[in-house]
Design a protein. Structure first.
Length: 181
């Protein structure tokens, strides 16, 4: 038993030494640099807001991005055609928290005293932003539509979809509407 424990301890020390040596002699960023680099929290968002056949003008839409204890809030106002947009959001702040890789995205609107969820999801890493980028580039939201759950597939990660709750029509072919139970 002591021999196994000693062997594992030696193997661990050797692995750490190799890792430190290769990192010290390479151009790869250190962990501290990775925490400080810019992270894409949300791709650019474009959409349209309506109620029935009527475009909603001058309505404030709020995007909240939450990771750990950090919250990033931005707002957009719809134009006369109900169109709205948010610029891509990146952060240079270290992204720390209980689960630093999980990012909650919420896009919502308050209209006539009622809160509507245009988009709500949790993503695991920046690759998920690439997966949802197309859907976020053409949100068609109607306050008369009920909230649905959508599953956005990515052929690079079969079986690992991004689930989204939304009242918007998410139409690209890699998106499947899931029945809410």
């Amino acid at each position: 038993m002591r021999l196994i424990v000693s062997s594992l301890l030696c193997a661990g020390i050797l692995a750490c030494a190799v890792l430190l040596f290769t990192q010290a002699n390479s151009n790869r960023p250190q962990l501290s640099q990775l925490l400080l680099q810019a992270h894409t929290l949300s791709p650019q968002i474009q959409g349209r807001l309506a109620i029935g056949d009527t475009d909603l003008a001058n309505i404030k839409i709020t995007r909240t991005l939450s990771i750990g204890q950090q919250h990033f809030v931005s707002q957009a106002i719809t134009d006369e055609h109900g169109q709205f947009s948010f610029a891509a959001h990146t952060s240079d702040e270290p992204l720390l928290g209980r689960s630093p890789d999980r990012l909650w995205q919420d896009i919502s609107v308050q209209y006539q005293g009622q809160q509507y969820v245009l988009w709500y999801t949790a993503i695991d890493h920046e690759m998920d932003n690439l997966i949802v980028q197309e859907a976020l580039s053409k949100l068609d939201c109607n306050l008369l539509w009920g909230e649905d759950e959508f599953s956005i597939q990515d052929r690079r990660r079969i079986g690992l979809p991004v689930n989204v709750y939304s009242i918007c029509d998410l139409a690209p072919e890699q998106i499947q509407k899931k029945p809410l139970i």
